[in-house]
Structure formats: structure tokens, C-alpha cells
Write a protein that binds this ligand. Structure first.
Ligand code: NOJ
Ligand code: CA
Length: 689
């Protein structure tokens, strides 16, 4: 990786004559494996993509339909183009790797609409070694001030009927769905990231980057091997309400030679602007416990009129003690505020974010936490009623800040859109993926940043890499997390779920999945539910699901009964120097290794679906010349997610980078390993692998 190389920009605008327009414009990735062509010779402006000389995307339309001053404008006439080259390595303040190379060739098209308004716009393409991003820009110009987007014309026509993984876009559940595997031609509609695999094992993911003041992109199947971009529109018609100058989010096409290369593509981050918050030394990755799983199991409540209310001062103290005893820096408390005694979703407009429950002594608890070196983590469940939340936002964040809370988990449980009141007080809805909610989430991140506070959003708008620009936006949910294992009617997340996430949702990274359940069955609480993994797999999830905030999810008493498992959870870091993928097959298995930012240690997490695996591996990533202790947390010999999920072994061996090892994963199982440099005592007492 080149360090400190200055961005090199070569810009030259070339105006096209009629003859020059006939030849397609091209741009290659720096390694020349990806080849983009843009063709403006016909009525419809199209692009196509080849990967390693093979057609990947065939002629696909570009364009947006605008309405400005009562007139519809669309189509694209090519006026000219410019080129640029960029190569810079930047540092993540926290993340899955410390340094990221941002290296691309850029092609900007100057265009005008094919109507009497002849509105000028640009399409900017960036071609990286790991894919392509492109966005639409509408410069300020006569005849374009306030305008709307009425439709997007962008298409993604693929060269084959590839295998895909995605979740449907027409289900009103904040992306909390199981991924479906389908052939490309069978897709009706899908959220992004949508991932596909060709017969040659090439992997492609469609998503978007830097989604700001614009609606989210949804994909609709064309029936053939194609997808058409659509936008989550406003309730009164337009897709987006904009003022020039403005630009869309980037449409992204990540391309990897194999599934192994996809999770470590950082194209999404590279397409976002650098950190706008300046010194962010106040942003701290963290592990946290919380008054949470016991509520989802039904042993405790959010409602403070119930004797089982979870946020009672004494109960919270128990969690603060647990966090302090185990080196965790945060304690989330749900149900701490007024608002849970009515229907907190339907009547979320009544929730208060500044008044604590009668059972929750905020001054006492914040002082107790501070004395123990722990911070309370805040919780703002809005029920999707964002006007009520925005009215209280400043005061709510100030209130928390005064009590030492620097991280807030937000929540937007609202099943068919964001809830609003119109001027006459009548309730109505906007799309969960629409421009309004995108802007609301940004407002919360901005207000939090002003107070040096961090946000973890549940039921969020999908992640598009904005954490690069706003590093206080720590993590999000935005997929089916552990909570489904507590109460979902369908029995929870099947063993195959977590082996799809790294190739889909986690490309947009990070996710507050809440791993680490060690008591996997709870018949007395929830007879129809359980965690559908082995115990070792729960540990491995701390490595395979990247997040700078990870919950230590289970109940303190369950960890007390499983000290070996707790040991790994205490050790595993949440901030990484480096990340590599050793094995990968989408929906089947994946092995990650990550190097701790704060020490020389490496951590391995390997997980499988319903099938047992034997994955041969070497430890090359450790680098030569040292002897290491491998602290192995693996499935027991007869472990099985369904029949014997708790069978679990912890063992230690001396290893080097040349040791050969086979990761044995039980059905629905996993394995976690900590590698630490061996000390004299280890060398004297442990045996070599
Ligand atoms: C859904 C969130 O994902 C979950 O973590 C939370 O406990 C509930 N909403 C209540 O806010
Ligand atoms: Ca949720």
C-alpha cells in the first residue's frame, strides 16, 4: 500500500463534435481489470462494463427524469467529458482496517436533457480496482432552482442470469428480513446491497454510497437479467425534492474475482467524503452490556408500571457491576424514560426523552457508573414519530450529556413508514427509505456531533458509508439481528443467516447485531424460540460481524455459568488494525482474521450454515519469526446447533505462521481463536499444535 501519496488530479474537458460522439468513452480501473464504456451515440445514453475481458453489464440506460418550473425534462445528450486520476491512502479513526487506499480513474460526462429546457447535468464515474461508482450532479444554472426527481432511468442489465441474494423492498420491516436466494431474472424488487455470483464465481454487489438529502435507491427486476433503479418517493408524488446545485448518492457496483475478496472492498467508504468532524478522539469504540435481552425474553418489561420493569435502579446497578467486572465500557438501559406505558409504537408521539421513569434514578445511576469507570448508554425509541423526537432532540441529548452519557441507541420501530402529523394534526406516513428520513437521521448525527456524542441507530436508513464523513455514526442495525431469536414467530434466524450477512448487509458495514448469547435455549421464557447456532459460533460472530460497538448480550448470570466463553468475549477487541478473509462461500461459510489495533494479537472467527465443515488453514497472517499461543474456542466433538448447541471446548496450543490447522465447525457451528505472542511461561507449559 502506498502511503501519503498526494492525490493526483488530471482534468481536461473535451468538448465533443458530432463525429467524436460516435465512439464510446472509456475508463479502466487502475489494474485495468474493469473496463467501463459509456455510449452516447444513440437516443439513449448507455454504459456497459467488462471484467477481465468478459462482458458483465451489457448496455444499460443512464438518466433521471426531472420536473422544474412545471416542465418535465429527461434524456441525455452528451456535450463533453473530463478525466481525472486519484490515489491517496487515508486513515480510519476507528474501523476494520487502519489504512485504506482510495485509487481510481474518474470520467465525468457533461450532459444536457433532450428537451427545450436543455438542462445541464453531469454523471461522474469512478472506476476502482474493486468496482465502479457513479452519481448524477445538477449544477446551478438558469432555469434550475427548486426541482423534483420524478423517476430514475438507471438500469443494471447483466450478461447472465446470475445467482443473487437480497431482501425484498416491498416489505415494510426496516430491512429486518431473511435474505432470499433467487436467480436474477426472478427478482421482483430488492433493497441494496444486492449481491450476485456468476457461474465463474465472480461476485458483484449493487448498493449506494454517501446517501444524503436524497431518497434511497430500490431495485426492480425487469424480468430479463436486469434491474431498474427506483427511488423511495414522497407521499405526495415526487421521488426527491431538491434545489440546485445538488447531487444524487453514488450508485455502486462492487466487483470481486471471488466471494473472498468482497468483504474487504472499501469502495463504499472511498466514495464518501473525508471526516468533517475534525478531531474525533472523543469517538470511542466500545463493548456494552445492557438491560435488553431479559426484556426481549419477556422476563422484564419496558413498561414501568409492571413489577418486572427492567430499568429499575437496583437492576441497572447489577449490570453496571457486571460491566465493570468484565472491562466493558457501557451499559444500555431500555425503558429508562417515560413513554413505555402506552403503545410506544402507535402512540410514539407521546414518548418523552427528557423525563426518566419513576423507577430509574438517573443522577444516582450516572454517579454509580462513573465511580465504576462505566458509562450508561442512552436509548431513544421514537416509534418512528420523528417530529416528536426532533422537537426534543437538543434537550434530550443535553440531558444525557449532563449525566455522562456519550452514546445513544436510537430506534424507529414503525412498520409501514415514518409517522408524521400534517399541519391540521392528521397523521400520515413517509417512506422509511425516503429523503425525509435520510435527512432526519443526518440531523440526529449532526446534533450528536455538536455535543461529542455517538449514535447507534436501530431501524435505520441503510448504511452507505457515511461513517467516514461522520465518525460519530458508529453503527446501525438494518438487518435481522439477534433479537429475532428471542421472539420471532418463524423461530428466529436460521444458521445460514449469519453466513450471508458478510456478503450483503455488512458490505455497508458496521452492524449492531448483538452477538454473544451463551445460554442458547430458554424454553421457560420462550418455548418456540432459541438461538439457532452453537455456543462457539456466538463467539465467532464478534469477529465475523464487524461493529465498533458490540453488545455483550446475554444475562450476567448466564455468563457466570459459562466463564470460558465469557473469557473470549472479554478479550475480543472492537477496533482493528487489519482484516483478512481466509475462506468464503456466500451462504455457506466464512472465516475472518482481524488484528487488534491496540496490541499484536490476532483474532479469528469462522462460521458455517447448517452443514459441518472442515476448513484447512495456515496462519500466514501472523508473519514469520514468532511463536504464538492459539487460544481456541471450538465446537465440541458432537456439537450441533439443534441437538447439542452448548458442546464447547477451550484449548491452547503453541503455533507459528507455518502451523497447519483444520477448522472443524459443527452443523450451525463456528470457531473463535485468539492469537497472542507466547511468553516464557507459555513456552514452558503448552504443547505445539
Ligand atoms: C427494536 C430494536 O432493534 C431493539 O433493540 C429495541 O429493544 C426495541 N426496538 C425497542 O426499542
Ligand atoms: Ca430492530
Amino acid at each position: 500500500m502506498k502511503r501519503g501519496l498526494l492525490p493526483c488530479l488530471v482534468m481536461a474537458w473535451l468538448l465533443l463534435s458530432g463525429a467524436a460522439q460516435a465512439a464510446p468513452l472509456t475508463a479502466d480501473s487502475p489494474d485495468r481489470k474493469i473496463h467501463l464504456e459509456v455510449d452516447g451515440s444513440g437516443e439513449q445514453l448507455v454504459y456497459r462494463v467488462r471484467f477481465r475481458q468478459q462482458p458483465l453489464i451489457t448496455d444499460s440506460a443512464l438518466g433521471m427524469q426531472l420536473e422544474a418550473g412545471g416542465m418535465r425534462s429527461g434524456g441525455a445528450r452528451l456535450l463533453g467529458h473530463s478525466r481525472a486520476h486519484f490515489d491517496e491512502t487515508w486513515t480510519q479513526p476507528w474501523g476494520e482496517v487502519r489504512q485504506i487506499r482510495n485509487h481510481y480513474n474518474e470520467l465525468t460526462l457533461a450532459l444536457q436533457t433532450r428537451d427545450s429546457k436543455a438542462l445541464k447535468f453531469n454523471i461522474v464515474f469512478r472506476v476502482f480496482d474493486d468496482g465502479i461508482g457513479f452519481r448524477y450532479e445538477w449544477p446551478q444554472q438558469p432555469g434550475l432552482s427548486d426541482f423534483t426527481i420524478e423517476a430514475e432511468d438507471t438500469r443494471f442489465n447483466f450478461a447472465g442470469n446470475y445467482k443473487t441474494w437480497s431482501i425484498p423492498a416491498d416489505a415494510p420491516t426496516h430491512y429486518e428480513m431473511l435474505y432470499q436466494q433467487a436467480s436474477l431474472s426472478a427478482i421482483a424488487n430488492a433493497h441494496t446491497p444486492l449481491t450476485m455470483e456468476t457461474d465463474d464465481g465472480v461476485v458483484v454487489a449493487l448498493h449506494e454510497a454517501a446517501l444524503m438529502d436524497f431518497p434511497a435507491m430500490i431495485l426492480r427486476g425487469t424480468g430479463a437479467n436486469g434491474l431498474r433503479a427506483d427511488l423511495a418517493g414522497w407521499h405526495d408524488g415526487p421521488k426527491a425534492k431538491l434545489r440546485a446545485p445538488h447531487r444524487s448518492s453514488w450508485r455502486t457496483i462492487q466487483i470481486a474475482a471471488s466471494a473472498r475478496a468482497l468483504p474487504t472492498s472499501y469502495l463504499m467508504l472511498n466514495l464518501n467524503e473525508p471526516n468533517k468532524l475534525g478531531d474525533v478522539s472523543w469517538v470511542k469504540p466500545a463493548k456494552y452490556a445492557g438491560v435488553w435481552w431479559e426484556i426481549h425474553l419477556g422476563r422484564a418489561t419496558w413498561n414501568d408500571d409492571d413489577p418486572r420493569h427492567g430499568a429499575r435502579t437496583a437492576n441497572v446497578m447489577k449490570y453496571i457491576d457486571f460491566a465493570a467486572d468484565n472491562g466493558l465500557s457501557g451499559v444500555l438501559v431500555e425503558g429508562w424514560n417515560e413513554g413505555w406505558n402506552h403503545d410506544w409504537v402507535k402512540e410514539g408521539w407521546r414518548n418523552s426523552f427528557t423525563r426518566a421513569s419513576k423507577n430509574f434514578d438517573m443522577p444516582r445511576l450516572s454517579a454509580y457508573a462513573a465511580q465504576k469507570g462505566v458509562r450508561l448508554i442512552g436509548h431513544h425509541e421514537t416509534g418512528g414519530w420523528i417530529q416528536n423526537y426532533e422537537r426534543q432532540l437538543g434537550a434530550a441529548l443535553d440531558y444525557y450529556r449532563q449525566h455522562g452519557v456519550n452514546t445513544v441507541k436510537t430506534g424507529y420501530v414503525a412498520f409501514d413508514g415514518i409517522n408524521l402529523f400534517d399541519a391540521a394534526g392528521k397523521p400520515y406516513k413517509e417512506a422509511h427509505d425516503g429523503q425525509l428520513f435520510v435527512n432526519h437521521q443526518q440531523k440526529v448525527v449532526d446534533e450528536a456531533a455538536l455535543r461529542h456524542m455517538m449514535i447507534v441507530a436501530h431501524e435505520p436508513i441503510k448504511d452507505t458509508g457515511l461513517r467516514r464523513t461522520y465518525p460519530n455514526l458508529l453503527s446501525r442495525e438494518g438487518a435481522r439481528g439477534q433479537e429475532f431469536n428471542a421472539w420471532s414467530d418463524d423461530g428466529g434466524n436460521p444458521p445460514g443467516h449469519d453466513v450471508i450477512l458478510p456478503f450483503t448487509r455488512l458490505l455497508a458495514a458496521p452492524m449492531d447485531f448483538t452477538p454473544g448469547i451463551v445460554q442458547l435455549t430458554y424454553e421457560k421464557d420462550k418455548p418456540k424460540n432459541r438461538v439457532n447456532t452453537t455456543l462457539a459460533k456466538q463467539l465467532a460472530l464478534y469477529v465475523t460481524v464487524y461493529s465498533p460497538v458490540q453488545m455483550v448480550t446475554d444475562l450476567p448470570e448466564n455468563y457466570a455459568a459459562k466463564p470460558d466463553a465469557l473469557r473470549f468475549i472479554k478479550d475480543v477487541p472492537v477496533d482493528w488494525e487489519d482484516t483478512k478473509v481466509l475462506h468464503a462461500q456466500i451462504g455457506a461459510y466464512v472465516t475472518f482474521v482481524r488484528r487488534d489495533r491496540g496490541s499484536d494479537d490476532w483474532y479469528l472467527g469462522s462460521i458455517t450454515n447448517e452443514q459441518a465443515r472442515a476448513l484447512p488453514t495456515t496462519f500466514d497472517f501472523l508473519g514469520s519469526g514468532k511463536t504464538w499461543v492459539a487460544e481456541i474456542y471450538r465446537d465440541g466433538e458432537d456439537a450441533h446447533w439443534k441437538t447439542n448447541p452448548h458442546a464447547f471446548v477451550r484449548e491452547q496450543f503453541l503455533v507459528t505462521s507455518r502451523s497447519a490447522y483444520t477448522l472443524r465447525l459443527a452443523p450451525g457451528g463456528g470457531q473463535a481463536i485468539r492469537f497472542r505472542p507466547a511468553g516464557a511461561a507459555d513456552l514452558a507449559t503448552l504443547t505445539a499444535m
